[in-house]
Design a protein around this ligand. Structure first.
Ligand SMILES: CC(C)(COP(=O)(O)OP(=O)(O)OC[C@H]1O[C@@H](n2cnc3c(N)ncnc32)[C@H](O)[C@@H]1OP(=O)(O)O)[C@@H](O)C(=O)NCCC(=O)NCCS
Length: 170
């Protein structure tokens, strides 16, 4: 099973360890966060929590239900009932349906607890796993775009708070 935990101050140490452990793995498919992110992690963590308190963002750890971090799923730039979805799953948990299940759950929470009506997401054409996660959660094509200089796609999903069409292995 996967469980979403809304980001808290006391997640800092475990979250930094997760990001460090998976830094090279993530950089194979998405832009690296850069050295400053790791050097100034505590201050950035506090800043993220302040944004969350202001309702601008909703950050979540994806855990195995026993506290081990499997990944992250975040909603950023909340505005007019919509937000941008982002997610990452660590190498140790890859390919087990974790991202699919976590995105399904964050869509539900977005439509219920957060009162959002739609989510958008962007990914690159050379990231088929990410595209699969979105399409299995009823995100649909909006437009072709460039993402960090690479060909990409923008997706959107409305009807949050309802199950997507995809099943989950988790
Ligand atoms: C993309 C990512 C989130 C997927 O996480 P995950 O937990 O492994 O994903 P899931 O297991 O839920 O589903 C991935 C699906 O893509 C499929 N997939 C994986 N690689 C694929 C490929 N090369 N071509 C086609 N499908 C692929 C998997 O087979 C799986 O489908 P299945 O369950 O039918 O087998 C994870 O690899 C990751 O964090 N990558 C780095 C960060 C990133 O790319 N984030 C997304 C930014 S938009």
């Amino acid at each position: 099973m996967v469980k979403l935990e809304r980001l808290r101050a006391d997640h800092a140490e475990a979250l930094l360890a997760f990001e460090l452990e998976n830094r090279a793995y993530f950089a194979r498919s998405i832009p690296d966060r850069g050295d400053a992110y790791f050097a100034e992690f505590d201050a950035l963590h506090q800043a993220r929590l302040a944004e969350q308190d202001d309702g601008i963002c909703h950050f979540h750890l994806v855990t195995d239900g026993e506290g081990t971090i499997l990944g992250r799923v975040n909603l950023i730039d909340v505005e007019d009932g919509s937000a941008e979805l982002g997610y990452r799953v660590g190498e140790q948990a890859a390919g087990r349906g974790v991202a699919t299940a976590a995105v399904a759950e964050v869509c539900r929470v977005a439509g219920t607890a957060y009162g959002l009506t739609s989510l958008v997401a962007v990914t690159t054409l050379d990231n088929p796993a990410s595209r699969a996660v979105l399409e299995r959660n009823s995100f649909t094509f909006v437009e072709d775009i460039a993402v960090a200089g690479r060909p990409g796609v923008r997706y959107r999903r409305a009807h949050l708070g309802q199950p997507g069409t995809a099943g989950s292995k988790v």
